[in-house]
Design a protein around this ligand. Structure first.
Ligand SMILES: [Zn+2]
Ligand SMILES: [Zn+2]
Length: 260
């Protein structure tokens, strides 16, 4: 492929998957695997919840509006990394933990073209076992999209969530767990009634995990290990069950924790 040729226009930016329990997964279909992250739409009776918003290259809001209809939408970032807060600014009600507020407003300024990437991108990709691609996307979200002008967008939160807060969707109650470690303001979202845990980057499977505070991470992971989890929807990779969570947490808590 000629690197100088403009990428094609994507027919659809989002790939969606029904994950059961009224939960839909949305993933950017044309982004390099390293930056592929999970957006979770949770359907409620009175309000819907969006957990993370990916990179913010193609618009997320229209895809969520198709799922949410007239219901209000609470958009929440599990932490302030650029690949989770990119679409947050598209929502009227946008929240994060206060400890990640600065990063949510001004995330690491990743670009699309390799020649434009800021210092540190090589190391970041290398940590997760990837090389920096010529371009981070294989298609553009719409006609006229300028791959040279795009910079990972931040969002000004309209509210903060803290440990113990409950997000009330009418028929569903989802509890905020402050689980620092991957970042200072990382949160998990826990629905006791269904045993669903939205874990962000605190724990997922297949990909390499990293923590900026190992001591905090250890305490957070111990806390998660005490929950009767049925299914985990992480910030990246596939969903998994409580037994696999136990295995992953055992590994991490027995010498497997790595500093970012
Ligand atoms: Zn992260
Ligand atoms: Zn991530």
């Amino acid at each position: 492929m000629n690197a100088g040729a403009p990428p094609p226009v994507a027919e659809r930016w989002w790939r969606t998957h029904d994950s059961g329990d009224g939960v839909t997964l949305l993933v950017e279909a044309h982004i390099t695997p390293m930056l592929e992250s999970n957006v979770w739409h949770v359907r409620g009776h009175d309000a819907d919840l969006v957990v993370d918003t990916a990179n913010g290259i193609g618009k997320l809001r229209p895809a969520i509006d198709r799922l949410a209809g007239d219901r209000p939408v609470i958009a929440i970032a599990t932490h302030g990394h650029f690949d989770h807060v990119g679409g947050l600014s598209e929502f009227d009600d946008r929240r994060c933990h206060e400890a990640d507020a600065d990063e949510t407003r001004a995330p690491f300024a990743v670009r699309i073209e390799r020649d434009d990437q800021p210092a540190g991108v090589d190391d970041m990709f290398a940590y997760y076992g990837f090389e920096v691609p010529e371009r981070t996307i294989a298609a553009v979200p719409h006609e006229g999209f300028d791959t040279g002008a795009w910079v990972a967008p931040g969002a000004r939160p309209t509210g903060f969530v803290a440990d113990g807060d409950v997000l009330d969707l009418g028929d569903r109650r989802i509890e905020v767990l402050h689980v620092p470690g991957h970042t200072p303001g990382s949160i998990g979202l826990w629905e006791a009634a269904t045993g669903l845990l939205f874990s962000g980057d605190t724990v997922y499977v297949d990909g390499r995990l990293g923590y900026d505070d190992l001591e905090a991470a250890e305490a957070s992971l111990r806390r998660l290990s005490a929950l009767p989890v049925r299914r985990v929807h992480g910030g990246h990779d596939r969903s998994f069950d409580g037994d696999e969570l136990e295995l992953v947490l055992d590994g991490l808590l027995n010498g497997g924790l790595e500093a970012l």
